[in-house]
Design a protein around this ligand. Structure first.
Ligand SMILES: [Zn+2]
Length: 101
């Protein structure tokens, strides 16, 4: 996947995340999940994994008809080449959409 397509995917994720709500709670066997616009992320994860999980769930929101396999592959590819600025963007949106516990 080329840089510009990765950047486009990333922006689509950010747009989808802006309309969602995020909750942290203890999840036993998964990092995160999403249902409609509601994302839940395991509260015990380290910050970096929380951001990566947010990216993963954001891909589900942005591309609801994609298979899990495609979401995982795209998540990996974006994460492998993510810029510091994009990580900062994810961190900002994480804080913004996080609901009260
Ligand atoms: Zn998934």
């Amino acid at each position: 996947m080329g840089r510009s397509l990765l950047d486009l995917r990333f922006l689509q994720v950010i747009c989808a995340l802006r309309k969602s709500r995020l909750y942290e709670r203890r999840l036993s066997d998964i990092y995160g999940k999403c249902y409609k616009q509601k994302i839940t992320i395991d509260s015990e994860l380290h910050t970096v994994m929380k951001l990566r999980t947010l990216l993963h769930e954001g891909l589900h929101l942005a591309y609801p008809n994609w298979s899990e396999k495609r979401v995982v592959a795209t998540e990996k590819e974006i994460w492998r080449r993510i810029t510091a600025r994009q990580v900062e963007k994810l961190a900002r949106i994480y804080r913004r959409i996080k609901g009260a516990a």
